[in-house]
Write a protein that binds this ligand. Sequence first.
Ligand code: SAM
Length: 462
Amino acid sequence: MAFTYHPPTRKECKVCERIIDKHEKPLVTTMDGRASNADNFPIHNWYNFVLGYSPRFPDYIMEREKVTTNSVVADPFMGSGTTNICAKSRGVESLGLDANDFFHFAAETKLNWSIDIQSAKSVAAAILKQYETALKKYNWPAVDQKNQLSLIAGKGADYQEAAVKLRPSALPERYISDAPLVRLMLLKKIIKSFHYPNESIKRLFVMAFTTITLPASNVYYGPGFGVRKPKLDVDVYKLFKAKLKRMIDDLSVQSSGKVEVDSKTYLGDARLMSECFGTDTVDLMITSPPYPGDHEYTKHSKIELICMDFATDIQEFRVIKKRMLRGSTTNIYKEDHDGDLVRDMQSIRAVTDEIDRRLKEDNATSGFEKLYTKLVWEYFGGMYRVFQEAKKSLKPGGKFVLLVSDSHAFKMVHIETAEILAEVAVKAGLVKPHIELWQHKASTSHKYNLFEEVLTVEKPRA
Ligand SMILES: C[S@@+](CC[C@H](N)C(=O)[O-])C[C@H]1O[C@@H](n2cnc3c(N)ncnc32)[C@H](O)[C@@H]1O
């Protein structure tokens, strides 16, 4: 069944009423810290994860913590690398980790600025030429906006027939219409078979292709996954050319005069981060982990994962989902038992008891609803392991800074994420928990703004 975003019902929330005056004022004015803000930043804009944060957040924290070029910064839930790019821009070494193959690829590509710009420009010209020739050969001309229908029905432009052959099996028809799909797949073939001067340049083109698949599709990601009215056709050539130009322009500016610093990225599970980051290596961790908001993070990269073959069937999606922290009812498994690690915590029990009570009151018995309380336990249990691992990887006195939101995703029960995570972190051996308000976040579900809060904890010095 197609996934649609259903915010909880518009109920009053006693916790919101109680905590409405909890903070004096936010660290940034409302909305400036949103992920979409990243569109205006060089390199960041190559792929801007809708559930990510604005570069303003890691920049603010690095300033505050007086990070120097001798520091090592890490992000165990790096998404497409916002923290790491901010660190690199300051000449600061960084480490990053994500469970999703596409995000890992995107972050790694965005962090390689040692690219021969002239070679990249020559490859761009050659690929665009090949693509133009191929489009002409198949008689799939560039889109004429006024005449889309006649083009599709026109001579030789039998997109439907071609789409049957070219459509990836995991990609439903309504996600990308036939004509744009055919245009995309033709370009993909050229990109995959081109002889590149080196691997870094190849990655740049794979990145440019992968990141235009979403705008060429009928899908949107924010705030939840959804499908729009189908676009009959899309000028994929134009999208790709513009994307390449922006990427190459950004690289020309970004790489000039900068000292190269190490930015290592890993594909893996933050619950095992010390296997990647090592022990006593990191001065400052800055991240936004998943929060218990019932977001399933592979959904927000589904088009990219499928179109560039990062995940081509349910099995491959499951491998990614199992690496991830449990944050959604579509990502929870019988064998999960991280929840046992925090079973003694009263603050979590209060949340799950209230969810249970409301489920009974509403006679709610659907399969997903039955998983709500297990999910909350698994989420905080998983984060307990993350804190234990962070304690290993941080240097003594090193700080772990997390941006999280409260949630109302399960029967409208208010989950004070930062407050509970602070307790979980202390249980895992971190100290000095401190919570501030980053910004107000407009709620899709009720009249109250939600808090987006910054939790800071430290590894003890001795
Ligand atoms: C809120 S996003 C972080 C976005 C990032 N701050 C940015 O601006 O792009 C959370 C990320 O955590 C990743 N993730 C979820 N569970 C994970 C796990 N167990 N280990 C590593 N990454 C995980 C998701 O794939 C997602 O990219």
